[in-house]
Design a protein around this ligand. Sequence first.
Ligand code: DGY
Length: 330
Amino acid sequence: MARRKPLVVVTRKLPDTVETRMRELFDAQLNHDDIPMDQAALVEAVKRADVLVPTLTDRIDNAVLSQAGENLRLIASFSNGVDHIDVASALARGITVTNTPGVLTEDTADMTMALILSVPRRLAEGSQVLLGEQDDWSGWSPTWMLGRRIWGKRLGIIGMGRIGQAVARRARAFGLQIHYHNRRPLPGAVEEALEATYWDSLDQMLARMDIVSVNCPHTPATFHLLSARRLKLMKREAYVVNTARGEVIDENALTRMLEAGELAGAGLDVFEQEPAVNPKLLRLARQGKVVLLPHMGSATLEGRVDMGEKVIVNIKTFMDGHRPPDRVLP
Ligand code: DGY
């Protein structure tokens, strides 16, 4: 007798090629209208599905998981980060969790580098001069629109995993000196190849850096890692860039310091209360002190298709009775 195809519930619209493959392989319930599921719809999904494919906009917490039906054996997240899933609760219920690491690395590192360049060199502000209502540009001037030089400055990377290392590779080409803080130092050969200096003490690193880039995941241990106290350790002329998760920085403290001129600027692709953005940050962006992007660090067509492929491989491998390649460990 032919095996029943697994019921795979996908919470958001995915690229067409990914959806076509999913339809071929699974009994796929797709979300064509891309209307984010509310909690009731998520509960309905976990009650019926064999596999749930959420994205980072779906909060799969203990309340949702406690309603899961017996069939739900796998949560194959269409995301690298898994902070939207109560992984411990899922694992305790015998539900395997997978993610999509590796395929977002280069795109996210590109966007990080773009912010590292944009903020000190005032890209958004300059563009705004030309796009603004008034004719604000009266021509080149020796003293106008002066940013800060990137070359030779110290970049402190918080979190030296795949993305942090990809940022370091790019930053070296721009003449930045690479420093990093991580739970553990990199193996000697990797550190040497990146010409990177390890700081065991985040506090000490922060005090010395010109630009700080957040590239670590959001976990209970990294929530508000850049706290008000730590942000105050940074130089007034320093910049902060975040393409990881908003929650790693105390956003209110950062905003206050930017308003007070206690930090030179920030480039933020992620926020604590997405999709809401603190109006004070928006005001700072209009003044040109910060560059804000709507969580688009990994948003390339190629990246999204690769993420979809990873999700499919994880589901297929799991359904074939094997350990999926991107299993999230406790
Ligand atoms: C992820 O998948 O965790 C990324 O933040 C998406 O941009």
